[in-house]
Each structure stands twice: as C-alpha cells, then as structure tokens.
Design a binder for this molecule. Structure first.
Ligand code: COA
Length: 162
C-alpha cells in the first residue's frame, strides 16, 4: 500500500490517502462513486441529460470486468474509497472523485500514480478522451489535444511520459 500526504498549506480535512488495486468487494462503491462524481461534478460542465447518459454507460458488471483485468486503482481515506482511476495499456479509461473529497488534490495524485505505472511498464505516452468538464483539468496537467472532439463530445488527449 502506498500513501502520500497532501500539499501543506492547502485547506483540506484529508491528511493521508492510501492507494491500492481495486477488488471485487469495491464494485458497488465504485459504481456509486462514479455516478455521484458525474452527476455532481461533471454536470457543472455539461447538461444534466448528457451527464445522466454518461453515468449510465458503465454498470456494476462492467466495473467488475475492469477490476478483474486488473486495471482499477483506488484512493482511500480512512478506509473509504474516495477516488478511482482505470488504465488499460496506454489508455486512461476514467478518473472519478467522490464530490465530498473533490478539490483536495486526490484526483491529481491518483492520476500521477497511474501515469507512473504506465511509464514503468514501458509506455511512452498516455492517451485519454476527456469529457468537456474535465478537459481543462487534463490540459493543466500536461495533456494536449490530439484530434477534434468525438461525436459524443469527448476530447482526445495525450501526454508524453518522460
Ligand atoms: C476530474 C476529477 C476526477 C478531479 O478530481 P479531484 O480529486 O477533484 O481533483 P484535484 O483535487 O486534484 O483537482 C481539482 C481542482 O482542485 C483544486 N485543488 C487541487 N489540489 C488541491 C489541494 N491540495 N487543496 C485545495 N485545492 C486543490 C484545484 O483547483 C484543482 O484544479 P486545477 O489545479 O486544475 O485548477 C473530478 O472532478 C471528477 O470526478 N469529475 C467527474 C468525473 C470526470 O469528469 N472525470 C474525468 C473524465 S473521465
């Protein structure tokens, strides 16, 4: 288990975050967390209808398949899963933070860990499709646009891992 401390001087109730691979016992929590993050956080940058459609794209069974790959990592605070991210090959397939724990650096740190894992496995660049609400988040973390938005409005992005 790896842990990190959030930047000092920042307003946060969170002191230590642990990270680990997800297990099947996490699947319901990951489903709920993803749904909450999309409805409460992503919907600030898209319509409620779009957010609802996106939230419905992944089921508990779909999450269980990803856990078995294994490709889902979680961040925990006091043994509660507060953020999760999924990777497959050179693709970042999702990053979600519980709205109650948002804007405390947890998503950034989990993203950094996923990028490090990819780099250690020999991947030279990470690819993702950013939802409209999260595009600026990724661009501020070194990602660049690689193509026009998809028909679903997602922005293809990439970051070189060096
Ligand atoms: C995108 C998402 C994962 C970010 O998660 P998060 O844990 O809130 O991310 P962070 O806290 O690291 O950063 C978010 C903002 O919080 C602020 N912040 C970061 N670290 C902070 C800290 N230590 N203290 C206070 N504020 C902080 C910053 O303003 C930061 O944004 P910026 O640096 O780009 O301006 C989250 O908003 C989410 O789940 N959104 C819905 C789902 C989604 O869109 N996922 C991505 C597409 S798959």
């Amino acid at each position: 288990m790896v842990s990190f401390r959030l930047r000092p001087g920042k307003v946060s109730t969170v002191k230590t975050v642990h990270r680990r691979l997800a297990t099947l016992n996490d699947s319901n929590r990951l489903f709920d967390l993803r749904r909450q993050s999309i409805i409460k956080l992503a919907a600030k940058g898209m319509s409620i209808e779009e957010a609802a459609r996106w939230a419905e794209e992944l089921t508990v069974a779909g999450i269980e398949r990803k856990i078995c790959e294994p490709e889902i990592w979680v961040a925990e605070v006091s043994e509660k899963v507060v953020s999760w991210g999924a990777i497959r090959g050179d693709q970042l397939e999702g990053l979600y933070t519980d709205p109650q724990f948002a804007s405390q650096g947890i998503g950034t740190e989990l993203l950094r860990m996923l990028e490090e894992l990819m780099q250690k496995s020999g991947i030279s660049a990470v690819r993702a499709e950013a939802s409209s609400n999260a595009e600026a988040f990724y661009l501020r973390r070194g990602y660049e646009r690689t193509a026009p938005p998809t028909s679903k409005g997602a922005q293809p992005i990439r970051k070189r891992l060096s």
